[in-house]
Design a protein around this ligand. Structure first.
Ligand code: 8X3
Length: 265
């Protein structure tokens, strides 16, 4: 995907390669799935990408591939996030708050509060930590963009999903609030809300490694979305001209008309 504006990358340069300037991006949760695909998509658009995640081996391999920077980072740890901010330095153009996840699928009556705590920590408090730490650099960059990876789960409720849907509603509300609070500053706020995306880990993690339960989520669905579908949309958001704020983008596979209305063959 090419930028439609050849001057786009030249705004508030941070790094220089010869005479060419590069815009900068941070992607959290970059070790797999939507995060890794987004890091690749932004690098393909010419961004210098900081790949942040807990699993060092994965992000180091990705950073080598993209000629980016790997930062081992747990978004739920303030110290870890401070190290990410120190690595990024004084200016930043794009922050993709992608780190997140679902743990468990129990009804409210039986849910494990520890699962809920982890979901709130990574999907909401982690997003807060990283956003607070990198806002000064986004401001200083003069042309900042925050893309929060939410979910259709941040728009609706479904049985067994309350912990995750509550957390992703949190992602949505924080995005909306930030847009209000930062208006007038050179920072755009977008939220992308994917529906059914088949990645290597999301459902396997949700069901604590139970592959059969994870596979059942996608059973008979001809073409669930893949991570690259979401990554391309994020790269598109990032390459709009600076005055264009894509507030929110809900993306579902054609087979998913609504959360409960999924065509299975
Ligand atoms: C993932 C979408 O349907 O599993 O964010 O809640 S769903």
């Amino acid at each position: 995907m090419a930028s439609h504006d050849p001057t786009h990358y030249a705004i508030r340069p941070r790094g220089r390669i010869g005479r060419v300037t590069r815009r900068t991006a941070v992607v959290t949760g970059a070790s797999s799935g939507i995060g890794a695909a987004t890091a690749r998509a932004l690098a393909a658009e010419g961004y210098a990408v900081w790949c942040a995640a807990r699993r060092s081996d994965r992000i180091e391999a990705l950073a080598r591939e993209l000629e980016g920077t790997a930062v081992t980072c747990d978004v739920t740890s303030a110290e870890s996030v401070a190290e990410l901010a120190a690595s990024v330095g004084d200016t930043l153009n794009v922050l993709v708050n992608n780190a997140g996840g679902a743990f468990g699928m129990d009804p409210v009556a039986d849910a494990d509060p520890e699962d809920w705590r982890r979901m709130f920590e990574v999907n909401v408090l982690g997003l807060l930590n990283v956003t607070q730490a990198l806002l000064p650099a986004l401001r200083a960059g003069g042309d900042g963009l925050i893309v929060n990876v939410g979910s259709t789960a941040g728009r609706i409720a479904y049985e067994g999903g309350a912990g995750y849907t509550a957390a992703k509603h949190g992602t949505q509300v924080v995005s909306e609030t930030l847009r209000l609070e930062l208006v007038g500053e050179p920072i755009r706020i977008s939220e992308i809300a994917p529906g059914m995306v088949r990645t290597d880990e999301f459902s396997v993690v949700r069901f604590d490694g139970d592959r059969a339960k994870a596979d059942a989520v996608y059973a008979g669905v001809a073409e669930p979305l893949v991570a690259e579908d979401i990554a391309e949309a994020i790269a598109w958001i990032a390459t709009r001209p600076s005055h264009v704020n894509i507030d929110e983008l809900v993306i579902k596979p054609r087979a998913q008309a609504a959360q409960h209305k999924v065509h299975r063959e």
